[in-house]
Design a protein around this ligand. Structure first.
Ligand code: MG
Ligand code: MG
Length: 249
């Protein structure tokens, strides 16, 4: 069942989302060669807990051990921060973060370059972010989930990227993952009709090569089957009376 949010509840999610937005403005300068993913995670946890009432939403969620999912290069999502994992120039680093505040969750992700990256890596980041915003642009009352998926898929197909099928976007609110599921592919005019009060985490995961992924023996880290690069961008978005509002700016 889909839980519609009142304007007050949307406002609470927006306050949680604003903390992620501020974190994502502070993180890029820390994503540099020699930094460990554990250092980024510690910074994020302190940053979030520095806001009254806010807690890292992922830490302990399904027993995940950290504040951030940090996924480097061919890692798609759910990478576990580690003091042994040092970033190197040319890496691309996906940072996924959830914040819980006053009983509500917000969820967002960004993929960042470490120094200068290869042109194909830079283009993957640019196009995946573009795919996210094309998907978000479809969100309004009366639109369909298929419109969102199709808009994302069009960007991916044009670039020749693989769209990860095993993982999708989702509703978000009192629970970190609510209905509906939001595929990053689809057909216009198909699927659930959007109505005011829905809050959706839209999150394309696009691969330079094959769409196929597998999960590492740590049972968390999802990687591309061909070990080529992957990118992930995510916003939490509310359906408003006349369109949408991004809650994780
Ligand atoms: Mg996320
Ligand atoms: Mg999500």
């Amino acid at each position: 069942m889909i839980h519609l949010k009142t304007p007050e509840e949307v406002e609470t999610i927006a306050r949680a989302g604003a903390i992620i937005g501020a974190l994502f403005r502070a993180i890029p300068e820390r994503v540099r060669a020699g930094a460990t993913t554990a250092e980024l995670d510690a910074f994020a946890e302190d940053f979030i807990r520095g806001h009254a009432g806010a807690v890292p939403a992922f830490k302990g969620l399904y027993n995940f051990p950290a504040t951030l999912c940090i996924s480097v290069n061919h890692e798609v999502v759910h990478g576990i921060p580690s003091a042994r994992r040092k970033l190197a120039a040319g890496d691309v680093v996906s940072v996924d973060c959830g914040v819980k505040l006053d009983g509500f969750y917000a969820d967002a992700a960004v993929t960042l370059p470490v120094g200068g990256v290869a042109p194909e890596a830079a283009q993957l980041l640019e196009r995946t972010l573009q795919a996210l915003h094309r998907g978000i642009a479809e969100v309004k009352p009366g639109a369909r989930l298929g419109d969102v998926g199709a808009a994302i898929q069009e960007v991916a197909d044009e670039a020749g990227y693989g769209i990860v099928r095993e993982l999708v976007g989702h509703g978000v609110g009192r629970e970190p993952h609510e209905e509906p599921q939001i595929p990053n592919w689809g057909k216009r005019g198909r699927g659930l009709k959007l109505v005011e009060g829905m809050v959706l985490a839209i999150e394309p995961m696009l691969n330079l090569g094959t769409a196929a992924v597998r999960t590492l023996p740590d049972r968390w880290t999802v990687v591309t089957a061909d070990r080529r690069l992957s990118a992930h961008f995510e916003h939490t978005v509310a359906v408003t009376a006349d369109g949408h509002r991004i809650l994780t700016q």
